[in-house]
Design a protein around this ligand. Structure first.
Ligand code: NAD
Length: 522
């Protein structure tokens, strides 16, 4: 039997109890949330006032005082339990993610997987990463230097709608493991996923005050949040990221910025064109192209261009467009009218500027107001908006290239630097080309999943794609303040009443000796 509805509005509204700060009475704005599938309003979310945001941060801060004193093992036990609960409730989570985003069941399943493995990863590694460590002191043996990693306090997490479970929660988990409180502002379209995940965290043993969710629109709720927190973890567009970073910079609050991209994929002349084409489809059209690391530009060597183009167009034409709570539809609608119109404009503008449609190209109002066919363009000229600007929709451009050097140069000819992909017959050659791409991550003979899911390795952007890194030790240590404690033991560096010339001569001797001391001598 076909299931037609994942979460009725009544059940969604009941999740509002998870909004940790009750209304202060001044709240008068309710935001209509529109279904990506039908285009109709199906629920409202409240917009938090500045006072409510400040209260949420204060509450999380108070709770963090006790949380930071707990053993790391106690904190990570909560993450461990959370991972189990996420997997146990995966069907419910997939329903909710699909309800809010319209994405396919498979795309929703990838979010569940991501959150579960991220929780498990930090549960396993946080204690080692956070352990205090000896470093070489000023005079090895005589001065002892130890580095401690303290939580920063309260992390403000601002998340987008495209991967609402992953991006509201996966960056929060290392912050919590490090001993911080978190106040999360999800995108207004996808508040309920964050609220449900918070419920699971609390059921897993997290003190309820420690993780707060505040709902509302970015320009209203973002500034008071940034104003009050000790760290800002932002994921979203480059334009909004600049505004958030400017405010954080004014306050000297550290940030990480995970922003947009115009990601290239290179097909080298020794790649199998049919296989590369078949396996590139998901790199381009996962989540209807609404994924920061999906491909929007394909540079294909001219020797393999024709077979690649033919196989790619055929495979894209076979994508099943639609929406269901089962596993049939492969690609859903765009999230909103704005996303749909941007996609439409990019295709129409590219065609008006000389591009040819190789596959797709049309809206699908028969399926719903925001459905658009997965679209492949070629002959996209430099005048077209889609040439350089992120579409963040199901539109990719094919470009034939004469050489690897040309492919690399064109791939790097962008202000962005988030993710790249390389298809090669010779893997070593593919990895060498990957190192020439000016992006934070590159997948070789893979689309995007390899780079994203390698959780032990840092991930992030260069240039307009962002600052800082998530995942790995870097993704945890960003939420800490490093403190060095240096202790004089057998020696005082303050020379006392020694003549300056003698002191300088002594320093010269020590400088020479220090260069001979191996770094492992502490
Ligand atoms: P967006 O920037 O409009 O919104 C992201 C979040 O920021 C939302 O919660 C929004 O309410 C909030 N926001 C908006 N303006 C704000 C402001 N002035 N102050 C504070 N908060 C504000 O982005 P979006 O449309 O939701 O997401 C799409 C963009 O996000 C794309 O550019 C995509 O590439 C990028 N993205 C990047 C990554 C990454 O990891 N690099 C991941 C997902 C999405």
């Amino acid at each position: 039997m076909t299931r037609t509805s994942g979460w009725p509005s009544g059940r969604l509204a009941s999740l509002h109890e998870e909004l940790a700060v009750a209304s202060d009475g001044d709240r008068d704005t309710e935001i209509d949330v529109v279904s990506p599938v039908t285009g109709e309003t199906y629920v409202q979310v409240p917009e938090a006032t500045a006072t409510e945001v400040a209260t949420a941060v204060e509450t999380a801060r108070e709770a963090s005082e006790a949380w930071r004193e707990r053993d790391v093992a106690e904190r990570t036990a909560v993450l461990d339990e959370f991972a189990d609960r996420v997997l146990a409730e995966q069907s419910t989570l997939r329903d909710l993610v699909q309800r809010e985003t319209g994405k396919s069941r498979r795309d929703a399943a990838e979010e569940v997987f991501d959150v579960a493995v991220t929780a498990g990863y930090y549960a396993d590694t946080a204690a080692d990463t956070l352990a205090s460590e000896r470093r070489q002191g000023a005079v090895p043996g005589a001065i002892r230097a130890t580095v401690h990693h303290h939580p920063v306090g309260v992390v403000g997490l601002i998340a987008p709608w495209n991967y609402p479970l992953t991006l509201a929660i996966s960056d929060a988990l290392p912050a919590l493991a490090a001993g911080n409180g978190v106040v999360c502002k999800p995108a207004e379209e996808t508040t309920h996923v964050a609220l449900y995940a918070r419920r699971l965290l609390v059921e897993a043993g997290l003190p309820p005050e420690l993780f707060q969710v505040v709902s509302g629109r970015g320009p209203e709720v973002g500034p008071p949040l940034v104003e009050a927190v000790d760290y800002v973890s932002f994921t979203g567009s480059t334009a909004a990221g600049r505004q958030v970073a400017a405010q954080a910079g004014e306050q000297l609050v550290p940030t990480s910025m995970e922003l947009g991209g115009k990601n290239p994929l290179l097909v080298l002349d020794d790649a199998d064109p049919e296989e590369a084409a078949r396996r590139s489809v998901r790199s381009c059209f996962a989540n209807a192209g609404q994924l920061c690391i999906t491909t929007e530009r394909l540079y294909v060597h001219e020797d393999v261009y024709e077979p690649f183009r033919a196989a790619f167009a055929e495979a894209v034409g076979e994508i099943t467009l639609g929406f269901d709570y089962e596993w049939r539809a492969e690609m859903g609608p765009l999230l909103s009218r704005a996303q749909f119109e941007k996609t439409r404009e990019h295709v129409e503008d590219a065609v008006a500027n000389g591009a040819t449609v190789v596959a797709g190209g049309e809206p699908r109002p028969d399926l719903g107001p925001f459905f658009h066919e997965p679209t492949v363009l070629e002959d996209v000229t430099a005048d077209a908006v889609a040439h350089e600007t992120e579409t963040f929709g199901p539109v990719v451009s094919l470009y034939p290239v004469e050489s690897v050097d040309e492919a690399v140069a064109r791939a790097n000819d962008t202000d962005y630097g988030l993710h790249g992909a390389v298809w090669a017959g010779d893997v070593e050659r593919g990895e060498a080309v990957a190192r020439r791409l000016e992006t934070g991550t590159v997948s070789v003979n893979e689309g995007y999943a390899a780079a994203w899911a390698s959780l032990d390795a840092p991930m992030g952007g260069r240039g307009d794609s962002g600052l800082g890194r998530r995942h790995g030790a870097e993704g945890l240590l960003r939420y800490t303040a490093a403190q060095t404690v240096a202790t004089g033991r057998a020696l005082q560096l303050d020379p006392g009443p020694v003549p300056d010339r003698l002191w300088a001569a002594g320093l010269t001797t020590v400088a020479r000796l220090l260069r001979k001391v191996p770094k492992w001598v502490k």
